[in-house]
Design a protein around this ligand. Structure first.
Ligand SMILES: [Zn+2]
Length: 160
């Protein structure tokens, strides 16, 4: 038997809207935005009450994670191709002959190489595992990040 619970971010309102630049691609190298939805699947065995993991806890945790990204400019702090200059109140981004200057408070700096849906999914998965008290009946967790409706990345991690 293989069981899991699932939450659809579009229908459960686990969404965030953010701006980003994917410097590696010409078209995506222009500042643009998406509304993202975060989905989750938690695989494991139901406990004696018949529950794999509390939906409310899962949703609250995901919302706490995505709230930090909402209405921000996503900056990939680990990028090897952009130069990031952080000042007191502003941040200057330089890449491939372009210069962007943003108010620092409007940005969120993320420990990833680029703000692709794949990397965002991995980051959210790691943060979810970090923030959740997982019972040892949980086998694996999958996170999906949709970049707009109908396209997205999925990543999963074995817990035990
Ligand atoms: Zn994009």
């Amino acid at each position: 038997m293989n069981s899991y619970i699932t939450i659809d971010g579009w229908r459960s309102n686990i969404r965030f809207s953010s701006a980003h630049i994917i410097h590696e691609y010409e078209k995506c190298g222009r500042l643009h935005g998406h509304t993202y939805a975060v989905h989750v699947k938690v695989f494991g065995k139901p406990d004696s009450k018949g529950i794999i993991l509390d939906f409310a806890v899962l949703k609250d945790t995901l919302r706490a994670i995505t709230d930090k990204l909402d209405h921000r400019i996503l900056i990939p702090d680990k990028s090897s191709i952009i130069k990031i200059e952080k000042k007191d109140k502003s941040v200057k981004i330089q890449a491939l002959g372009k210069t962007f200057v943003f108010p620092k408070n409007d940005c969120i700096f993320l420990p990833i190489e680029s703000t692709s849906a794949e990397n965002l999914a991995e980051l959210i998965l790691e943060r979810l595992i970090d923030k959740t008290d997982l019972p040892n009946t949980i086998e694996s967790i999958e996170i999906g990040v949709d970049e707009g409706y109908g396209q997205g990345a999925r990543i999963s991690k074995k817990i035990k």
